[in-house]
Design a protein around this ligand. Sequence first.
Ligand code: BEZ
Ligand code: FE
Length: 276
Amino acid sequence: MRNLNQDTITEAVVNRFAHTPDARLKEIMGSLVRHLHGFAREVRLTEGEWAQGIDFLTQTGHITDGKRQEFILLSDTLGLSMLTVAMNHDKPEGCTEATVFGPFHVENAPQFALGDDISNGAKGAPCLVRGRVTGAGGEAVAGATLDVWQSDDDGMYDVQHAGLGHAQNRGVLHTDAAGQFHFRSTLATAYPIPHDGPVGRMLAATNNHPWRPAHLHFRIAAPGYETLVTHVFRAGDEYLDSDVVFGVRQSLVADWVERPDGSYLLAYDFVLNPCT
Ligand code: BEZ
Ligand code: FE
């Protein structure tokens, strides 16, 4: 394998991975190499441009730590996260649609009883959230685990507040015997994804804003059903049609109704897809 040129190198690299014992890994490596080389050919990538690309990826790695996941932001802003979600969660009609997970979920969030206030001092207008979890046949899903998380009135998640030291606007609850849930939190507001790093610079260089429309995250799990990772988006938000991570589905948009005392009510029901 010598004297490879621009016409022969791609197959040589694919063949280098031809003995990969895991068939799926072999398929992924071959396709990745073909598409990467195809991309470089299509744009006639210069050495200077590829050096810039390497520098971008290096910066993405450097800014990433336990609290900041720039690679997820990159995947999200390139639409790759949403494409992967859409391909892997093609559900029957009537089931609640999935959307991106995002980087701000925390495992083992505090447990709450139905009716509790999960805001734990977070800034924002009070909000009551209630709904029901059913299966595709309309059956109540009792004891479903609801993992909920959202930003505060400043558009920040608790984990973004340096030194906060406790959870805010996140928690785990369980549906009652009728599949119902209700809890209190604060009004979700639109927020920009972290944009002081390489992904933010990419957005600025391509004339794109970093905003997500107001939303509330849910991960809902119950035995016998596909785990649902989704958000509910706030109707009327100015960023619904330009979400920086391409996550909005019309079926997930709901009204947060303002009440006379200045608090809000969100009512939203979820339909889980049974495992087959
Ligand atoms: C989020 O909704 O938490 C989120 C999703 C993608 C990128 C950044 C944040
Ligand atoms: Fe979010």
